[in-house]
Design a protein around this ligand. Sequence first.
Ligand code: AAL
Length: 364
Amino acid sequence: MIDKVADSFPWDIPQKKPARELSQAMTRLYDNYLTPRPEDNPLFTSFKYTRLKGFDYSNNDGTVSRRDPSKIISVNGLYYMWYTKRDTPVPPQGPEGCNNTAPSTDWDLADIWYATSEDGFTWDEQGIAVGRPEKPNWGWRSVCTPDILVWEGKYYLYYQAFVEPSMVKGDNCPVTVSVADSPDGPWTPHNQLVVPNGEPGSWDQYSVHGPYLLLYQDKIHFYYKAAFGDRPDYLVGLGLATAEHPLGPFEKHPLNPIMNSGHETTFFPFKEGIAAFAIRNGNESNSIQFSPDGVNFSLAATTSMMPVGAKPYNPEAFTNTKYGHGIQWGICHFSDKKDPTTKHSYLGRFDCNLMLNDTSKDMK
Ligand code: AAL
C-alpha cells in the first residue's frame, strides 16, 4: 500500500533511496548503479574519437592491418604502444583459403609492432617489437593482441601466440610473454605459456585472449577473455589470474569467469577497486562495471559507441595504487568489414570522461 508520494520524485531524483515503495526500475536505479543520476556517476561517460596522424591509412585493399593495441605507457616523455600488425600479400582468406602466406583472419600471420608519440595523436611507427618465432615455438603462426606490464624496471610484453591459423579449429591460442630492459627492446621471448588454456571442459579450454596486466593489491593481475562459438554469436567470459612475478606461476581465480559480458579487455584501478569496460558481447555489453575487489563486478553505468579493443593511458596500472583516479584517453581499433575480402583494421584514439580528479564528477 503506497501511502505517500514524494513531491520531488521522480523529476528531481533524490540522491538517497526514498523510503516509500518503489517500482523495480527505480529500486534498480538506486541499488545497481554508483549514483542514481548519470551526471554524478563517475563511471558514466560517452566517447569521442580522433583519427591518428602518422599512420598510413591509404592502403584499403585489406593487405595491411593494425589492431588490438596495448596500454599506452610514457617513458622519458614519450608515449609508447604496441599492437598487432599484419602485412600480407593477400587479404584474409578465411580458414578454407589460408596457407603459408595467405592469412585466415585479420590477426593471422601478424607480428607485434610498436609506435611512439609525443602527444598521443601523432605516432611514429618504429618497427617490429616481437616477430613470429621459428616453428614450433609458441606464436610461429601469428603473434598478436599485446599488452604491457612495467615491473621493477623491466618491460613485459604479453601476447596471443598462435600455432595454427586462427578459425581453422576455432580462434584457439594461449598467451606467452617477452621481456626487455627498455621499451625499445630487444625483446627476449620467454618461450613458455604464462597462463595456459583450461582443462578440457572448462570455460577457458580453447583460448586465453586479450591479456590485460595490472598491479593491484600487491599482485600482478592478468585479466583475459575466453570465447567459444561462432562469431558474432560468441559466448564470452572474462577471467582473472594472479601471480607474484610477471613470469608466474599464475593462479586462476576460483570464481572465474569474473565478468559475463565484454570482448576485448579494458580494466583500470578506480577508487579502491577495479573498473572495467564490457564491450560488444553479452547481455551486459555496452556497460562500464565496477568491483570493490577486482573480482566481483557489477554494472556501474551503461553507455554506447564504446571503443573496441580499447587500451588506456593509465600510469596507475603499475603503481599498486590503493586509490585509482581513472582514465581520460587511449587507443582502440576500427575494423572495415563492409567487404569481408578486404577486411582490415586501423588504430584510432578515444577520449572519455572517467577521471576522478575532474572534481565535477567525483563521488562525494
Ligand atoms: C580480437 C581479440 C583477440 C582475438 C582476435 C585478436 O578482437 O578478441 O585478438 O583472438 O580478435
